[in-house]
Design a protein around this ligand. Structure first.
Ligand SMILES: NC(=O)c1ccc[n+]([C@@H]2O[C@H](COP(=O)([O-])OP(=O)(O)OC[C@H]3O[C@@H](n4cnc5c(N)ncnc54)[C@H](O)[C@@H]3O)[C@@H](O)[C@H]2O)c1
Length: 327
């Protein structure tokens, strides 16, 4: 297949590039680096079946030659990122989705939209099943992301119903792993960075709010299986193993062997109280469920963050060193 992956230089997108290349496909990565990083795809740039197109997908993209699949993953994804970039987030969810659907239609390609558990908002039902329509505040600060993704889902279904496009929607729940940014503001990188630096771990609210964390390799496997299936409705992918944020902070302290204390700060606006996917549909349709044990996944992620911090420290030391002196 010739596969277009928007947001291919991001955390999830770069792992998808790796996977499709490993499976023998050709990958066209489209990214404007608003939140992605060149380091994520550095190891691929010389690959004969990999191509990077630096482009803002909120503007139309014309490609020569056939395309077999379009996976639309471009979007700021962490709350810090979409609060910093509210209008690009709305644009890439609306115009970017329109442009990628147009590309898939022109090429007769299958299409997969990266949606999110955020479409459920601050949910009134727990765990969340795909039939639940959600509880979203359209004018709240997080509305820029949640509503962009809800619109993206509606547009994807319209292309499926009216143009007969072979579309897929994956509702991704919190995913973690190597290539997350240490400074992206989400709980896991925050806690790991704070623990590794010996700083206090910041828990928002009383820490009783819950999250569930899925390891990146498990998510990628689910996405690949979904892409090959003819099923247009949304499918939750995530890890149903729920943990309170306070317990999670303690787990990270133990794992890192850090002496960091835990401090509490006020809850951000519209922060969801609970989040846990019901993955019965993915189990049934895809014969899928997360396989990576949390401690194993966290250990791999921690090793990656340790390397990032060591590189940062090395760079800082290099900048401080007088000319000609190698620290
Ligand atoms: N990480 C998660 O836990 C999670 C959960 C739910 C949904 N998702 C979805 O998965 C996708 C990827 O998330 P991620 O965690 O890898 O985030 P990320 O920020 O690491 O990656 C997003 C990528 O999209 C690129 N991008 C953004 N706007 C663009 C534009 N207009 N044109 C071209 N490129 C653009 C960024 O530069 C970045 O490389 C997003 O659509 C996100 O909404 C992620």
């Amino acid at each position: 297949m010739r596969v277009v992956i928007t947001g291919g230089a991001g955390f999830i997108g770069s792992h998808l590039c790796d996977r499709f290349l490993a499976d023998g496909h050709e990958v066209i990565c489209v990214d404007n680096f608003i939140t992605g990083r060149r380091e994520n795809i550095e190891h691929l740039t010389a690959h004969p079946r990999f191509q990077l197109i630096e482009h803002n997908i909120s503007h139309p993209l014309h490609l020569d030659g056939p395309v077999d699949a379009v996976l639309h993953f471009a979007s700021p994804a962490s709350p810090g990122d979409y609060l910093r970039h509210p209008i690009p987030t709305l644009k890439v969810g609306s115009l970017g989705t329109h442009n990628t659907l147009g590309l898939a239609k022109a090429k007769g390609a299958r299409y997969l939209l990266a949606s999110t558990s955020e479409v459920y908002g601050d949910p009134e039902v727990h765990p969340q099943r795909e039939e639940y329509w959600g509880h979203v505040n359209p004018i709240g600060v997080r509305g820029v992301y949640d509503e962009a993704k809800r619109f993206a889902e509606a547009l994807t279904m319209a292309y499926h119903r009216y143009h007969g496009l072979n579309t897929h929607i994956v509702r991704i729940f919190n995913t973690y792993g190597p290539r997350m940014r240490l400074d992206d503001g989400r709980a896991l990188p925050n806690f790991m960075a704070q623990a590794l630096r010996g700083d206090p771990l910041t828990v928002y609210g009383d820490g009783s709010q819950t999250r569930s964390f899925c390891y990146i390799d498990d998510l990628v496997e689910g996405i690949v299986r979904l892409l090959h299936l003819d099923y247009a409705g949304p499918v939750n992918l995530g890890n149903p193993n729920e943990v309170s944020i306070l317990d999670f902070a303690k787990e990270i302290i133990e794992l890192t062997g850090s002496q960091s204390p835990i401090v509490f700060a006020p809850l951000p606006e519209d922060d969801p109280r609970v989040r846990r996917p019901d993955i019965s549909l993915a189990r049934k349709l895809l014969n899928w469920e997360p396989r990576t044990d949390r401690r194993e996944g966290l250990a791999r992620t921690l090793a990656y963050f340790r390397r990032c911090l060591a590189q940062q420290t090395g760079r800082a030391a290099n900048q401080r060193a007088p000319e000609g002196v190698v620290p």
